[in-house]
Design a protein around this ligand. Sequence first.
Ligand SMILES: Cc1cc2nc3c(=O)[nH]c(=O)nc-3n(C[C@H](O)[C@H](O)[C@H](O)COP(=O)(O)O)c2cc1C
Length: 160
Amino acid sequence: MGALVIYFSFDGNTKLIAEKITETINADIIELKTSKRYPTEGFSKFFWGGKSVVFGEKPKLTNDRIDLNRYETIYIGTPVWAGSYTPPIKSFISQYKLQGKRIALFASHGGNGAEKCFAKLKAALPGNKFTGETAFLEPKENSEESLSKADKWATDLLTV
Ligand SMILES: Cc1cc2nc3c(=O)[nH]c(=O)nc-3n(C[C@H](O)[C@H](O)[C@H](O)COP(=O)(O)O)c2cc1C
């Protein structure tokens, strides 16, 4: 059975990592998309994004139906927003009842909150086996280091 990398990325940082992992382990990849648009600039981006996390929003996903039966291992990637995972990931978790999967978590962040984000993700995904988790500090700004870290992490996980 195969592996799937599934992620949400607002500014492209998590996307960069997701694509690297996909290439390293030769997985399928799905970027979660929503019909909801968040403001992309300045303060309002943080305000609306943070507010939607705090209020537990689950924006509607516009992706085609995903057949998770094809995958034993799922890599879930998210930016850290307000010390948590992003609303589209919340939508994904609520829409698909993940059970009995091997799950590895990765996150992009600006300096703090990744540990809390992972703890919340694990609490939201009971009944699965967590094989690894790792955080990347602003990958687009630290791309060389981030990409080699992602490559090594994904390679090591193949033997877990
Ligand atoms: C609404 C919002 C909230 C954020 N909250 C946090 C946070 O709590 N901790 C942190 O380290 N970074 C925070 N960030 C920064 C992002 O996690 C970071 O820039 C990440 O690399 C963005 O990933 P992306 O380009 O895939 O969207 C926040 C960014 C936004 C837009």
